[in-house]
Design a protein around this ligand. Structure first.
Ligand code: ATP
Ligand code: MG
Length: 434
């Protein structure tokens, strides 16, 4: 709309055109107020019944809540108005009417359950606290991209329709590809490794991953966004450095650029940017620390995966972001390299928030014959992955990397209860639309 001014930019003394949604109508008799809302906030529009054009006043008062209005008028200082200014209108136009019955109340006076919110995301995103989550998500992604660029990584995009899965068949969504079976990719793992062996050397990707997780949990989606890194000539410790730096950069950027959004979410006072130097516990140390608390019924032994409960206990213990390193080889996928001096332990690591896992990574097996052996041990047919394994015969440098769940980073950063709040249109067992 040409010549439209954001409500936040309306300055006393100016003639403006503002446009937005009717947040609220307050009819006090001789005088009435429309509160108009847009991307930047709200502004009061004053209607004086006896002194203004009757038809114009009627247009404003007849329009239902959440209708879109275009208002021309003069901006005046008004200490009693919510933002200290108001618009005295000279023309009002209904740009798009709203039904009187709304499935969800964007003013937030009536709480809505999450499914209702997700079914009506447009209306839900008219609430400042929901808008704030997605403004912060955008800033997080911007900062992550910038952090990767400062680490010499090149952004890539890899296919999401693939012939084979990386980590076995159980979590794959099959699709029909011109009559042939194909799958939605569960991870860019193999493709990013192939690019680490190219002149790009250090690459990152931010893209969707698809996982046919059977369980409905507050931290799993069937379509998530993965922030992936892979670097040639990196070992696992350098990959951890990058994970730490990217995470810290995201927090710093949000602290610096999203003060208003944090305020809206009630987080302004206790938003803590992590130290940038996360404790690195070995897997064995992690087991010992969990066992020492005596809070779990079971005693954890070498080879056990950490249950959600164990992760929780450990998170309480450590109290900040941390790494779990040196996982048993048998627990980690075949493409993770074992330690040279100990085939029982791998270079695999996880980066944890006290609430949950955010990252898995490690140094990769770059030696062709060892890689083939890994496929076989995992029960995968290396022939099916020949497009990948053959490149390991043409000069594949040592490399390392990781994948981080974007929604998990956001939900832990903002203390969201459910991962579905961190994505616009979640895909889960019950939800395929919208
Ligand atoms: P978990 O054990 O927590 O289910 P995972 O170990 O299966 O996760 P990875 O394959 O290691 O997951 O994927 C790397 C990262 O991607 C995870 O640490 C997590 O942040 C994110 N991620 C993986 N699966 C999902 C999912 N279904 N929904 C949301 N994020 C996911
Ligand atoms: Mg993992």
């Amino acid at each position: 709309m040409h010549g439209r001014t954001y409500t936040a930019d309306a300055t006393p003394g100016e003639a403006v055109t503002v446009a937005g949604w009717i947040h609220e109508t307050r009819d006090l008799g001789g005088i009435a107020f429309l509160i108009l809302r847009d991307k930047t906030g709200r502004i009061q529009v004053k209607l004086e019944k006896d002194e203004m054009d009757e038809a114009m006043v009627e247009t404003g008062l007849d329009a239902h809540r959440e209708s879109v209005l275009r208002v021309e008028g003069d901006v005046k200082e008004e200490p009693r108005a919510p933002t200290g200014v108001e618009v005295v209108p000279t023309a009002i136009e209904v740009v798009a009417p709203a039904d009187p019955e709304l499935p969800l109340d964007p003013s937030g006076k009536v709480d809505a359950e999450l499914p209702t919110r997700l079914d009506n995301r447009t209306l839900d995103l008219r609430k400042p606290e929901v808008q704030a989550v997605f403004e912060i998500r955008a800033e997080l992604l911007r900062a992550v991209r910038e952090a990767f660029r400062s680490h010499d990584a090149t952004e890539i995009n890899t296919p999401k329709i693939v012939a084979t899965g990386t980590e076995g068949g159980t979590e794959l969504f099959p699709i029909s590809y011109f009559g042939e079976e194909a799958f939605m990719n569960q991870s860019p793992q193999l493709f990013k490794q192939l690019m680490a062996g190219s002149n790009l050397e250090r690459v990152f990707e931010i893209g969707p991953i698809f996982r046919a997780e059977e369980h409905n949990t507050p931290r799993h989606l069937n379509e998530a966004h993965s922030i992936d890194f892979e670097g040639a000539f990196c070992d696992h410790t350098e990959a951890m450095d990058v994970a730490e730096a990217v995470t810290t950069a995201a927090y710093e950027a949000v602290a610096e650029h999203c003060a208003e959004e944090l305020e809206t979410l009630g987080l302004a006072d206790d938003f803590a940017v992590p130290s940038g130097d996360f404790p690195r516990l070995s897997y064995q140390d992690a087991l010992d620390r969990v066992n020492a608390t005596g809070e779990l019924d079971e005693h954890l032994v070498w080879g056990d995966d950490l249950s959600t409960e164990a992760e929780h206990v450990l998170g309480q213990e450590v109290g900040e972001h941390y790494f779990i390193t040196d996982w048993p080889s048998e627990v980690k996928p075949f493409y993770i390299k074992d330690h040279d001096d100990d085939a029982e332990t791998s270079t695999g690591f996880d980066m944890m928030h006290p609430r949950m896992e955010l990252v898995s990574g490690g140094q990769r097996e770059h030696r062709h014959d060892e890689l083939i052996a890994g496929f076989e041990q995992q029960g995968l047919d290396p022939e099916e992955f020949e497009y990948y394994t053959k490149m390991f015969r043409y000069g594949m440098p040592p490399h390392a990397g990781w994948g981080m769940g974007c929604e998990r980073l956001l939900m832990t950063m903002l203390g969201l209860d459910n991962i579905r709040e961190a994505v616009l249109f979640p895909r889960d067992r019950q939800r395929l639309s919208p």
